[in-house]
Design a protein around this ligand. Sequence first.
Ligand code: HEC
Length: 167
Amino acid sequence: MRKRYKAILGIMAIGWSILALSQAVDQDAAFAQRLWRLLAGASGEDYRLSWHYIPGKPMGFYQGTEPHGALLRTFVNSIAFDAIKAKVGQYPVGSVIVKDNHMPDGTLDGITVMVKRGKGYDPDHGDWFWAKYTPKGEVEVAGKVPMCSSCHARARGQDYVFSTAIR
Ligand code: HEC
């Protein structure tokens, strides 16, 4: 009897953790969709018109490296821009970095984004949220994406950002 009771508790615990996990995934997907609407804005391409190019890289297009494509443009919102200028050591919550990934012929291939979330979101990887969109804004990956964070960990000394210095 006691054994059965424990087994039921165990199954319930597994059920709850699967539920919690799927809720976290749903939240990341919803966040990614809200983020896209913010990026696109009223103009349909707001960040390209009103954000800053990332300091430390050429303004406009520049030659890319794998895996991000042949031609890149990288934009930051003003929270990230001010932090980079002031070399505050870590990106503040709300920092957003957007990279347009283009193919050699110039066609836009995808949009990759990093968003600094609140403390505790993903403490082992700098609390960054990662997302990749198709040019039309369909979410390909979103959330705590090991594929993104494991490579960007090479730039951990600059808070996971390769292109510019934050300290
Ligand atoms: C194999 C390594 C690697 C992987 C995997 C990778 N990146 Fe990057 N990422 C880079 C490098 C290197 C740069 C700098 C490229 C440049 O601008 O020349 C970069 C730049 C960026 C930038 C601009 C900020 C910065 O760090 O300079 C964003 C945003 C970004 N990546 C998002 C992503 C997202 C989202 C994913 C996962 C879907 C991802 N990356 C996967 C290596 C990687």
